[in-house]
Design a protein around this ligand. Sequence first.
Ligand code: AMP
Length: 248
Amino acid sequence: MKILVAIKRVVDHSVRVRPNSQATAMDIAGAKMAINPFCEIAVEEAVRLKEQGIATEVVVVSIGADTAQEQLRAALALGADRAILVKTSADLQPLAVAHCLHKLVEREQPGLVLLGKQSIDGDNNQTGQMLAALCGYAQGTFASRLVIEGDKARVTREIDGGLQTLLLRLPAVVTTDLRLNQPRYPTLPNIMKARQKPLATMTPEELAVDVTPRVRTLKFELPPSRQAGEKVKDVEALLARLREAQLI
Ligand code: AMP
């Protein structure tokens, strides 16, 4: 079974980003970039399925600028076999990404498509669901456990207040949640080997996909800064303050 994994290049989770001076975009010039953490979990899961002899090939794909090659090479160092970059300078939105991935699913015919549950930059949580609809595939979102059972996938989903287990017919789309696995670190020999692995480049036009944005962002702003707390001298004073604020 071939597994297609979609990975996004995003600002590293440790970077504190701010809007630019006109508040029209986030200022990410020079920021440290990384694989979206949920996508890293998707790569890890695909590589583990290959190590178990369930997957035969792991193909990673990213849609975006040429610089996304860096994240594709990082995924190859984690154990993916081959990479595809759909190169565009467009302001990408989930529907455009889902259309590009749909075309690649038609070309590659994977048995399973893995995505992160959401990108930590846009917090959209839309691409996997849109892709499943475009392909007409079953979907298991927010997966915290994935077991392949013949031509089916048993997916445990993290939902409000508990867990839900689904049995999906393959091919299917699965999006990964935080507890699915703990991604490995790449070893130096694997980083070296990744340089030799195939990385194909194409454009949305070659896939006949229109990536024109459908949504326009009007403004970015930071949340209001937190007010400083108040120190009280003892428990009595604390209770008095809570009563005064009608919190008890
Ligand atoms: P989102 O719907 O933007 O929250 O993204 C959910 C998932 O879709 C991500 O974790 C990726 O697996 C995939 N995805 C989103 N944007 C891209 C992109 N530009 N290239 C590749 N995969 C993407």
